[in-house]
Design a binder for this molecule. Structure first.
Ligand code: PLP
Length: 360
């Protein structure tokens, strides 16, 4: 009976496959959890800012009160960080939450939305969930890095109302060229530019929000700020777009501790600087070592590296030895030969490379 009652679009929603966790791998392979290194979900290997942790401790006793609905203090702090007005900022329960508001506001059943696989799988889940049509424009695999199929993308934009562009793209690590982005923004479409990894690339197109009312830039505290478990994200957009997105959000979507921790994290620029530095150095090291081993490793502007080998069952072999990476067979356009590894601490990166050599 349930099968008959469930909406057709919900039956079509593909599953979200998260990176595998330490506890699960410890159980499966009988390994001590403390010896396992998780390089599967692009988390911050330095942890979180001590200032953010202190803010959570100091305010734990206040959880009986509701948080500020629009998180005005956090928006104020963010406005200094991104160089835009608080009216151009909307916060959410992770950027995934704000992503959903974009789909709710702009996509009606049957309307087209573009994604560029291999990319973040949640875009397609959202598009499908709301009964919209997912138009897929594959990225092109190059010798050194992936790139957008510009002609196909602009073509697809003609039949779409919304485009999801991820830059740096997860899992390939490439950036969208500014000229291409501007061309898309000249069209009659909403461009949702997911900049979850912007801090590691040193580039952002957030400032374009002042010139294009149809641009929505998504950012998060989950990666460079190390607060993935708290769930805080935000978007930058024109005031008009922010007002519409605010209409469909839950009033108290960002909890009190998350708001205060995010404000404290923004205040700890030293932690942010160190996090970005560790990633940039680790990224260079991993790519160099992989290439030395004769492995095709793609250039990355994010905190992970995508590589390709013909070694069967590599992810599993690494896992048996306590290194969790992300096999890419679930990303459309990739297969089991592709592996994504998050950049860890120098020690973790070394162990990853040594273990990989051992397995090969
Ligand atoms: C990790 C990630 C996010 C962050 O999601 P949150 O909900 O903010 O944790 C968003 N987009 C992409 C592409 C990501 O990889």
């Amino acid at each position: 009976m349930i099968e008959r009652l469930v909406k057709e679009e919900i039956k079509r929603v593909p599953p979200y496959i998260p990176g595998r966790g330490i506890e699960e791998i410890a159980r499966t392979y009988s390994l001590p959890p403390e010896e396992i290194i998780k390089l599967a979900s692009n988390e911050n290997p330095l942890g979180a800012s001590p200032k953010a942790i202190e803010a959570i401790r100091a305010n734990a006793g206040r959880v009986n009160i509701y948080p500020e609905a629009m998180a005005d203090e956090l928006r104020e702090a963010l406005s200094h960080y991104v160089g835009l007005s608080p009216e151009n900022i909307l916060v959410g329960n992770g950027s995934d939450d704000v992503m959903e508001q974009c789909v709710k506001v702009f996509l009606s059943r049957g309307e087209g939305a573009v994604i560029t696989p291999p990319t973040f799988s949640y875009y397609k889940i959202l598009i499908t969930m709301y009964g919209a049509r997912c138009i897929e424009v594959q990225l092109k695999e190059g010798e050194i890095e992936y790139s957008f199929d510009e002609a196909a993308l602009l073509d697809a934009a003609e039949q779409a109302k919304l485009l999801f562009i991820c830059s740096p793209n997860n899992p390939t690590g490439n950036l969208v060229p500014e000229a291409l982005l501007r061309e898309m923004l000249e069209r009659d479409v909403i461009v949702v530019l997911d900049e979850a990894y912007a801090e590691f690339s040193g580039t952002s197109f957030a400032h374009l929000v002042e010139h294009y009312e149809n641009l929505v830039v998504l950012r998060t505290f989950s990666k460079a700020f190390g607060l993935a478990g708290l769930r805080v994200g935000y978007c930058l957009a024109s005031e008009e777009v922010v007002d519409y997105l605010a209409r469909v959000r839950q009033p108290f979507s960002v909890n009190l501790l998350a708001q205060l921790a995010a404000i404290a994290a923004l205040d700890d620029r030293d932690f942010l600087r160190r996090s970005v530095e560790v990633v940039r150095e680790g990224r260079r090291y991993i790519i160099e070592q992989l290439r030395k081993l004769g492995i095709k490793a793609f250039r990355s502007h994010a905190n992970f590296v995508l590589f390709r080998t013909d070694k069967q069952g590599l992810v599993e072999e690494l896992m048996k030895r306590g290194i969790i990476t992300r096999g890419c067979e679930s990303f459309p356009g990739l297969d089991a030969r592709y592996v994504r590894v998050s950049v860890g601490t120098p020690e973790q990166n070394r162990r990853f490379v040594e273990t990989l050599e051992e397995v090969l």
